[in-house]
Structure formats: structure tokens, C-alpha cells
Design a protein around this ligand. Structure first.
Ligand code: GAL
Length: 675
């Protein structure tokens, strides 16, 4: 974690699992605040996030602060024993700032300067913006740094949510500086960007620009580097404020809420995580999906990976519908508890929401709140109160950790690069492949850690590598050594294709993994939309085929028809004391499930409990060996699970042998250390 990080952990400062949400009392008359705090008590709220979008109120003009209302709110919640996650309030610049300095407004790739009037209207590279934000962060730290209710600093909010990439002239200058640090001189940049192509050679630095809208495809390495630069620029907004806070309040943990999801891709969080004292995430599933809980598990596992396996914090999720999807489907009864404890099961030391009280005005007035427009005699408020009780009963889970036998290699840079234009098929979708593999493991009932490319993986029985299009030599070598040393490695199609500059690895695909997998692909044969091939075991595959030659591997499945009929679709190689599998096509879900079952058996990985459809089982373990078995029943039928221990949630008393988990319910059992 961050250099010089505070000694007391954030969760010790709260002393309980975190339960609460974004609290925006500035949207309400003061009489409502008293009722809010009474209701928070009823709901067992332990922490609220204050000040996220309050810049214009807290600093009504440059350098003049109005802290009066926030002082009263902080004292009020503190009086109720509620901790405060205090925002630096810099998420959205106030109108006076963008009026005085219109140059802080962000510019899109086609040169449009965005207007204020919404939120987050700033260029992340703007020195003017950063200076003003640092000023407010310092004022907040001086004002509230010693307040006993302060549990942590919340820098800005979802940094890069709407403004991750700015193409203005200030950003262009910052991009050139970043490139000079990366490449040293223009010759290196020309080599890395492959500028011999299409007459792109640069002869002076001022010719180098962000990848603005051009007549045809912009240079792919330029696009990739601009994404890397932009992620670093947004991160610098965080570290600028972090350093200001750290200097004034060295003992207060500092975080910001990340967006680990498939719909925000601006930031490479592997580079961000070491800068945070605690990893916090916001999670909003796609409401229309019928398998929200499976996607939730992937994001929670990824967040735990960012936290290096330590407890993390779910900073926001929705108590019911959101406002920003095409059809904002409300949560069913019981879903709020399943979602919240789904995150806790996977390592979150709490479950926070956006937001406490549903707004009356503004763009988010149809977003659910813990206190809905209809008041407290509602499903949502009752569920919030029930969650408070459950989290209260789970206090002892705080600090315990999750252990997995399977690792999934995940990478923001590979995601960016694989999604660039002019590729073999638009149907190759990084998130879809990651999701398909993770979902198959979820259904098999095993727990998965999500790791960065190049991270040590020796402790795992199985490592899966979905569509890792871009990979460095070093990261590929870690995976090859892992297989040779006795591990089981599974790599899926369109992996290992390019190096870090997005240059093709020559000699046959899948480049970086060719040797360990024992295959050599001479050409890709992507399928047409809706087309599928039949494999020799009767299963089907879609999206992708390739002409694979065996070079040490054996064919486990072959295509029976399609463009590469007779050629391998799935291969396996014994390598060193381990084995390496290659999925050279996109197996249909059922076929993938079968194969994952085979591979898990071969690798000696068993499910957390005996697998039953729709049952999610995850175990957290305390340092003394005590287990906390979370059983979440997403199915429409009751399930029975063999376990011995004490029921903490979903009943009570001791169980000796088996516990019933009714349809839609959550049961958490404390298991004795020996068990
Ligand atoms: C998050 C954001 C919140 C709120 C919420 C609505 O992205 O941090 O401020 O807008 O979404 O779902």
C-alpha cells in the first residue's frame, strides 16, 4: 500500500463493518437532517460519505470557504456514533472556476470543448484545475483533519468517470512530456509507434498530438500510449490531493472510489492500487442482466486482487434501481442483501450505497436511495435495516481474507489494445471472454483470484488467461515457468499476439504463448456474425477459429466443419511437470463448462462446498483459522449445505452437519478453526 501509509487500518477506525452511503444533506432543509440521523440509527448505519459534490457550496468563491453547514452535519452524525468518509469535494469544479478559467474544460477527440452544467467538467492535466483542487483539499484537511469522526479521506469521486481522456492543447503538451519520459528521444518514439507506416514519421516533438479524430484509423500505438498517459494523468489528480492530505493529516487513511466494471475503461487500476491506503470500489451491475450476481462476483474478485488480497471496501452500490441505464430495473426483495453480502463474502469489509436519501431534484432524482421518495414504509428501507442487522452480526468477519486455488489474469492494457480498431473481428470482446471464463468457474463453485500479468502465480493450482492480446515478454515468461513448474495453464484465443508496443510477435500466433502451448497458428479464420462450427464431441463454437498446427501439443477437440474443418479447436500440452491448454475458439457456454470441469479435476481444484445450481459459496478466513462460510442462494429453490458451526446470518444457533439455505436467502456460518 501507499508509501508512508497510516498505521491504524481504516476498518479499525470505523470499528465495525461499513454500512451507509453517500449522504448529501445540502440537498435538504436542516429539519430533514435530524430525521436522517434518527433513521441512520434505526438502520445501523456506521459510516456516511460527505461532501462529494459540495465544492460550489464549500468554496463559493475562490479562497472563501463556507464550512458552517458541513461542520453542523459532521457533528450531527458524529453525535450518533457514525463515522465519516469525508470527500475532498473536488469531483466537480464550481461554475465560478470554469467561468474564470474556461481552459480547464475538457475537449473531446473531435475538438469539441465540453460545457459546464453537468459534472466532472475538467481536463485531468489542467494545472489550474489541480491547483484549485489541492487548495480545497488542504482547506478540508485543516478544518476536519482532527475531527474524531473522520475515518478516511475520499479524494474526488470516481476519478475519470466522465473525463478520463482530454484531447486539448494542455493535454497535448502533457502527453509529449509523458512520451519524452517513456521514450527519451523521437527515434525511439518513431520505432515504438511504427511511424514508417503511412508517412507518420515525426521530426520534431511539437508534431506529436493526442490521437484526435483523423480521416482514417489513428496510429494504434499512439492510441494505446494516449490511454496509458490519460490513466496516469487522472491518477496524478489523485496523488496531488493525496500528498496534500498526507502532509497535513499523516494518520488518516486516504482512498478514492474506483470503478471496476466493463463500462468504464479509462484507468489502469493495477498502476493505481499501490497509491491507495485502502482499495474502494463502486459496483453497478447492468440491470437488464439476469445474472447480475455472477458479474458482481467477477468485479468483487478483481477489487480484492487490486487490494492484494487484503480487505477492501464496497463504497457504492445501488439500493434498488439506478437512473442511467435504458431500463432501470428495480431490485427484487432479497437482492439488496444478496448483493451486499456477495461483496462482503469476497473480501469487502462493508457495503456502502449511493445514496442515503433519494434526491428530489437533479439528474439523479430517479436513482434509488436507502430512504426512498415514498419514505420508510418501503421494501428498500426495510431491506436497508435488515442489512444493518446482518452487518452488525458479522462484525467479527472484519479483517478476514479469502483464499483461492485459481487465478485469472486480467489486464486493463490488454483490454484497451484488444479493443482497438482494424482487428480481425469486432466480435472478439475482452470483457466477454473474461466474463465467460469467470462465469464458468463461478458455476463450478470455485473461488477465483484476479491477478495482474506478471504477478507471481506459483501458489495456484490453475491459472486461466482469457484473450491476453497484449503481453510483455516478462509476463509471458512467468506463465510459461508456472506451467513448466507443475501448474495448469489455460490460455484462450487471440492471446500473446503483440508486445507492449502493439507490434505483432512474428513466427506464428499465439506469439508469446506459442512455445509453452506447443502450437503454431498460421492464419485466423474469424466466423461471420451468427455463424458457428461443430466440434468432434458434438459441441459448438462461435466467433473465432484459427488454423492451428500442433507443435508438441495434442488436439483435445477438433472442428468438424467451418473454415478450419479437421483442425484443432482445443489443445493440451504436457510441459515440464505441468500442462498448458489452448482454447483456439470461443466454445459455447455448455462446452466451456464441460472443459472447465475437466481442467479443474486435472488440476485438483474442488468447489468450496458441493456445487449446486445457483448456490454461491465463498469462505473468508480469520488469522486464527476461523472460517466464515457465506452461502448465497440465487436459485428459485431451497438448497442444503453440509457444514458445522454457528449461524451468524440467516437463522441462529449451532449447526452440526447441514444447514438449509432457502431460495433467495443468505446464510453465513462461523466454522471452528479446526473445521
Ligand atoms: C456513481 C457516482 C455517484 C452516482 C452513482 C449513480 O457513478 O459515484 O455519484 O452518480 O454513480 O449510480
Amino acid at each position: 500500500m501507499g508509501h508512508g501509509a497510516p498505521v491504524t487500518t481504516w476498518s479499525d477506525r470505523i470499528g465495525r463493518l461499513a454500512h451507509g452511503g453517500d449522504y448529501n444533506p445540502e440537498q435538504w432543509p436542516e429539519e430533514v437532517w435530524t430525521e436522517d440521523v434518527a433513521l441512520m440509527r434505526e438502520a445501523g448505519v456506521t459510516m456516511v460519505t460527505l461532501g462529494v459534490f459540495s465544492w460550489a457550496l464549500l468554496e463559493p468563491e475562490r479562497g472563501r470557504y463556507d464550512f458552517g453547514w458541513l461542520d453542523r452535519v459532521v457533528d450531527l452524525v458524529a453525535g450518533a456514533g457514525i463515522a465519516v468518509d469525508l470527500a475532498t469535494a473536488t469531483a466537480s469544479p464550481p461554475p465560478w472556476l470554469t467561468t474564470a478559467h474556461p481552459e480547464v474544460l475538457p475537449v473531446t477527440a473531435d475538438g469539441t470543448r465540453l460545457w459546464p452544467g453537468s459534472r466532472q467538467a475538467y481536463c485531468p492535466s489542467s494545472p489550474v484545475f489541480r491547483e484549485h483542487a489541492a487548495g480545497l483539499a488542504a482547506a478540508m484537511a485543516h478544518r476536519y483533519g482532527e475531527h474524531p469522526a473522520l475515518a478516511m479521506w475520499h479524494v474526488s469521486n470516481e476519478l475519470g468517470c466522465h473525463n478520463a481522456r482530454c484531447y486539448c492543447d494542455v493535454s497535448a503538451t502533457a502527453f509529449r512530456t509523458w512520451l519524452q519520459e517513456r521514450y527519451g528521444d523521437l527515434d525511439e518514439l518513431n520505432r515504438a509507434w511504427g511511424t514508417a507506416f503511412w508517412s507518420q514519421r515525426y521530426s520534431a516533438w511539437e508534431q506529436v498530438l493526442p490521437p484526435r479524430v483523423a480521416p482514417a484509423f489513428p496510429n494504434p500505438t499512439q492510441q494505446l500510449d494516449f490511454r496509458r498517459f490519460s490513466s496516469d494523468a487522472v491518477l496524478a489528480c489523485y496523488t496531488t490531493e493525496r500528498d496534500v492530505l498526507r502532509a497535513i493529516t499523516p494518520d488518516v487513511p486516504i482512498t478514492t472510489n474506483l470503478m471496476v466494471t466493463d463500462h468504464v475503461d479509462g484507468m489502469d487500476y493495477w498502476r493505481w492500487a499501490p497509491e491507495l491506503d485502502l482499495v474502494a470500489n463502486d459496483h453497478y451491475p447492468v440491470a437488464a442482466s439476469t445474472e447480475k450476481h455472477v458479474e458482481l462476483a467477477l468485479r468483487a474478485d478483481t477489487t480484492r486482487g487490486l487490494a492484494g488480497g487484503k480487505p477492501w471496501l464496497l463504497m457504492e452500490h445501488s439500493p434498488s434501481a439506478v437512473n442511467w441505464q435504458p431500463r432501470n430495473v428495480a431490485l427484487q426483495p432479497g437482492e439488496l442483501l444478496r448483493h451486499s453480502l456477495g461483496h462482503v463474502a469476497r473480501g469487502s469489509d462493508g457495503a456502502m450505497f449511493f445514496q442515503w436519501r433519494a434526491s428530489r431534484a437533479g439528474a439523479e432524482k430517479f436513482h434509488a436511495g436507502m430512504v426512498p421518495h415514498a419514505g420508510t414504509d418501503t421494501k428498500t428501507f426495510r431491506d436497508v435495516v435488515a442489512l444493518g442487522a446482518a452487518l452488525g452480526a458479522l462484525g467479527e468477519v472484519r479483517g478476514s481474507t479469502v483464499h483461492a486455488d485459481v487465478a485469472l489474469v486480467y489486464d486493463w492494457q490488454a483490454w484497451w489494445a484488444s479493443g482497438l480498431d482494424s482487428h480481425p473481428s469486432v466480435d472478439v470482446d475482452y470483457q466477454e471472454q473474461v466474463g465467460q471464463l469467470h462465469a464458468a468457474l463461478w458455476r463450478a463453485g470455485v473461488t477465483v483470484d484476479v491477478v495482474a500479468p506478471g504477478a507471481p502465480v506459483d501458489g495456484y493450482r490453475l491459472v486461466v488467461v482469457p484473450t491476453l492480446y497484449l503481453v510483455t515478454d516478462e509476463a509471458a515468461a512467468v506463465l510459461a515457468r508456472y506451467a513448466e513448474g507443475g501448474g495448469t495453464l489455460v490460455v484462450t484465443y487471440f492471446s500473446g499476439i503483440v508486445d507492449e508496443h502493439d507490434h505483432i510477435r512474428l513466427g506464428g500466433y499465439p506469439g508469446a504463448f506459442r512455445e509453452v502451448l506447443g502450437v503454431r497458428t498460421e492464419e485466423f479464420f474469424p466466423l461471420r456474425a451468427g455463424e458457428s462450427t461443430r466440434l468432434d464431441d458434438g459441441s459448438t463454437a462461435t466467433v473465432w477459429t484459427e488454423l492451428v498446427h500442433l507443435d508438441g501439443a495434442e488436439a483435445v477437440r477438433r472442428h468438424e466443419d467451418g473454415p478450419v474443418a479437421g483442425h484443432p479447436a482445443v489443445t493440451r500440452r504436457e510441459v515440464g511437470t505441468g500442462r498448458a491448454w489452448y482454447l483456439a475458439t470461443r466454445l459455447a457456454d455448455e462446452a466451456l463448462q464441460g472443459l472447465v470441469g475437466e481442467v479443474l479435476a486435472e488440476a485438483g481444484v474442488s468447489p468450496v462446498v458441493e456445487q449446486q445450481p445457483g448456490l454461491e459459496a465463498v469462505r473468508r478466513r480469520a488469522e486464527d483459522g476461523t472460517g466464515y462460510l457465506f452461502l448465497i442462494n440465487h436459485a428459485g429453490e431451497d438448497r442444503r449445505v453440509e457444514v458445522t458451526g454457528r449461524v451468524l446470518v440467516g437463522g441462529g444457533g449451532e449447526v452440526d452437519g447441514a444447514v438449509d439455505v432457502p431460495a433467495g436467502a443468505v446464510v453465513v456460518v462461523r466454522e471452528p478453526a479446526s473445521g
